[in-house]
Design a protein around this ligand. Structure first.
Ligand code: PMP
Ligand code: GLN
Length: 383
């Protein structure tokens, strides 16, 4: 967790966002939208504040939100978690990840993730004292090699941590891959922790929650968050669902991390989760069009683009521009052309970092004109 200089590290997202600010660059680094989520949800939070929802919420979350989460799971996936015991609200999915790993793993355990992996997984596995093992997602489709996945499981694998749709690659895992993960988890008696914060942001393939697969529900904790679905990343309202005894264990840790999460935002997000199907479909449709604009622009600028099927992000290779180090480029890009992007290598251990050395991740959760302008600026790199 220490940076090269021995100081406590900051995340790559913070570092690049600070650089973007310094150069007034278009920030396609950290994944946050430049337009706020639905006015109805924001108004509901304002009303909740004025109506006095300003003291601690229950540790498990406001009942109205837990019920809305359970209803949402049933409406979209046919899952029926008990809002009393099988649903817990967290301070963003980030707290869900932290509390789950601290509750379920410790020294001597292995936690298996795919690689590249979201940065907080590595940090929290480290804090829990467990060992972090990985199975690679390889270009061009960033799907796991199932034999390598099988080989990565051992009898010490306590948790397999899945992220689907996947940040940073935008991969949406197909059913056979998910079923293999479940079968291997059953074989090794591992808990499946699945981070599905981009569940509604897919551009073709339907999102399949791991928990819907045969054999999965009784060993799966599913994490999600309002941040991405509702373009409200600053609210930090997330949740998790799973078997009561696993949720109870995670709750114990949450009690001492934050105890409870922002009360007025919880009531507002309950309303968001109850919005019509058309809201969720439109959010994905708009984002798909944005993906297309940025992908086309990046290709025109000479980068090799790996078309994502979900999330906020597109990964592109800068090697065709004659550039061999995307991390170095990401530090210079804001000053060079006024655009910020995140290198993929920090989402990897050293071997994976070498493999992904020339890959950059661009966020397309931005206005169309901003994406167009960013693509034009990036084209100057090749000139
Ligand atoms: N998991 C993944 C894969 C993410 O990309 C993010 C943030 N974008 C999070 C978790 C964190 O979510 P939250 O902001 O709700 O804490
Ligand atoms: N999840 C966001 C991303 O992947 C960033 C969140 C953060 O800054 N930790 O860009």
């Amino acid at each position: 967790l220490l940076g090269d200089d021995g100081n406590l590290g900051i995340t790559i997202f913070e570092e690049i966002t600070a650089l973007a600010g310094r150069y007034e660059a278009i920030n396609l680094g950290q994944g946050f939208p430049d337009e706020d989520g639905p006015a109805d949800i924001r108004n509901a939070a304002r009303k909740a504040i004025l109506a006095g929802a300003n003291q601690y919420a229950p540790g498990m979350g406001l009942p109205v939100l837990r019920e809305a989460i359970a209803e949402h799971q049933e409406r979209f996936y046919g899952l029926t978690p008990d809002p009393e015991t099988e649903v817990m609200v967290t301070t963003g999915a980030t707290e869900g990840i932290a509390a789950t790993l601290l509750a379920l793993t410790g020294p001597g355990d292995e936690v298996l993730t795919f690689e590249p992996f979201y940065d907080s997984y590595g940090a929290m596995i480290g804090l829990s004292g467990a060992t972090h093992t990985t199975a690679p997602l390889l270009a061009p489709d960033f799907l796991p090699d199932l034999d390598a996945l099988e080989a990565a499981f051992t009898d010490r694998t306590r948790v397999v941590l899945v992220n689907n749709p996947h940040n940073p690659t935008g991969t949406v895992f197909p059913l056979p891959v998910l079923q293999r993960i479940v079968d291997l988890a059953v074989k090794h008696d591992a808990v499946i922790v699945t981070d599905e914060v981009y569940e509604h942001l897919t551009f073709g393939p339907q999102h399949i929650p791991v928990a819907t697969l045969p054999g999965a529900a009784e060993r799966t904790i599913t994490l999600s968050s309002a941040g991405k679905t509702f373009s409200l990343t600053g609210w930090k309202i997330g949740w998790l669902t799973g078997p009561a005894e696993l949720v109870a264990a995670v709750r114990t840790v949450k009690s001492f991390l934050t105890y409870s999460s922002g009360a007025p935002f919880q009531a507002a997000i309950a309303g968001g989760l109850r919005m019509d199907d058309s809201f969720f479909a439109e959010a994905a449709g708009t984002l798909r069009a944005k993906r297309n604009v940025l992908s086309t622009g990046l290709r025109a600028a000479g980068l090799d683009v790996f078309q994502p099927q979900g999330t906020y992000f597109v990964v592109a290779d800068v090697a065709p521009l004659g550039i061999d180090d995307a991390t170095d480029l990401s530090r210079r890009l804001p000053g060079l052309v006024g655009v910020a992007a995140i290198p993929v290598a920090p989402f990897c251990h050293p071997e994976g970092a070498e493999r992904t050395k020339t890959l950059l991740r661009f966020a397309f959760c931005k206005r169309f004109d901003v994406l167009q302008e960013a693509a034009e600026r990036i084209a100057r790199l090749g000139e």
